[in-house]
Design a protein around this ligand. Structure first.
Ligand code: 0O2
Length: 221
């Protein structure tokens, strides 16, 4: 009986990466469709680029250890939300929230949790909007909801996060005070840049609206 339970667990463990990959494919298709539709409607896509990845087994184990959890399949699925991870990088902060609102309203997705590190950045300066979602997979055995983490960031936030990530590991997770200070300052600069870009975008939108109100002849001269 014990053998049977272990064999079942092993079988399940073997097929998990494929399930998470299927969930990411589903998400990718939805994002592609959003991009296309947005482009058709507004003439521009709010999404600069998208990346996705499946978390390596060794970083799953490390994360469970960090959270003080013994390893088991069900614990893993409860505790680690980002085995399937997608990062959506946008030009403007406003678009991040527009995409998040849209995802929240879709019937083919469940948003389980929102962590807003834009409204409340982490103490080190980290900013992003994280959505923990569940994606339905229609399998031979029926529907199974698979979790994924979607990180939404601006280009500036993404630049900051990649620099921080490199430095964090270069200094073996012990950032010297002056580096940590510089990073916090860089995070403030990234935030200011995002706000400036939003103001410029508003300017562009207002100009476009004025042009369309005064008709095409005004813009041609
Ligand atoms: P990696 O390298 O991306 O695999 P929780 O269960 O909510 O307490 P969790 O999952 O750590 O714990 O939540 P959180 O804080 O939302 O972080 C999830 C992911 O966000 C991280 O995954 C990173 O990808 C990213 N992240 C969070 N904080 C930082 C940060 O300070 N700097 C950078 N560069 N990225 C960050 P992992 O698994 O920690 O790492």
């Amino acid at each position: 009986e014990w053998d049977e339970a272990v064999t079942r667990e092993m079988e399940e463990f073997k097929r998990l990466p494929a399930l998470y990959r299927l969930a990411l494919n589903e998400l990718q298709n939805k994002i592609e469709a959003i991009k296309t539709e947005w482009q058709m409607r507004d003439g521009y896509s709010p999404i600069e680029h998208v990346k996705s990845r499946i978390k390596e087994p060794k970083s799953i184990l490390r994360k469970m250890e960090r959270k003080g959890c013994e390893f088991s399949l069900s614990r893993m699925e409860d505790v680690i939300h980002d085995i399937a991870g997608m990062r959506i990088v946008c030009a403007f902060v406003k678009d991040i929230y527009r995409i998040a609102d849209h995802l929240g309203s879709r019937e083919d997705l469940r948003v389980l949790e929102i962590k807003d590190y834009i409204a409340r950045p982490k103490p080190n300066g980290y900013q992003s909007l994280h959505l923990i979602v569940a994606v339905p997979l229609i399998l031979l055995e029926g529907t199974r909801w698979v979790k994924a983490e979607i990180q939404l960031r601006t280009l500036a936030m993404d630049f900051w996060a990649s620099m921080e990530h490199i430095l964090y590991y270069k200094y073996d997770k012990q950032l010297p005070a002056h580096v940590a200070d510089e990073l916090r300052e860089a995070a403030r600069a990234a935030d200011e840049l995002d706000q400036k870009m939003l103001r410029l975008r508003r300017e562009i939108l207002e100009l476009a609206a004025a042009e369309s109100e005064s008709g095409p002849s005004a813009s041609s001269g």
